[in-house]
Design a protein. Structure first.
Length: 93
């Protein structure tokens, strides 16, 4: 299966809620759309961005791909072995 962010072929993908469940669950709203991404991309998203920013600004795959910090991570992670666990780091601006 292919990660919808880094486009690497990964055996097991995770489900990322494009609008974090924390922002919809309390209001009993529909959790909204999801995307299938690898655990490295998923961990990096939640390392870099808080749920408010994810809900308001980065709530689709295209916006995540266009975000400069994610672009830097995606260009790096694409070169990594998809069978190995990738460490994620908060990047400095």
């Amino acid at each position: 299966m292919q990660c919808e962010l880094c486009e690497r072929e990964i055996e097991k993908l995770t489900v990322h809620h494009l609008v974090p469940r924390q922002k919809t669950k309390r209001k009993n709203e529909d959790p909204g759309p999801t995307t299938n991404i690898c655990s490295a991309c998923h961990r990096q998203i939640h390392t870099l961005f808080d749920n408010t920013r994810l809900a308001q600004e980065l709530n689709c795959v295209e916006r995540l791909k266009d975000e400069p910090q994610m672009q830097k991570f995606l260009s790096w992670v694409k070169k990594q072995d998809p069978t190995r666990r990738v460490k994620v780091h908060r990047t400095s601006n």
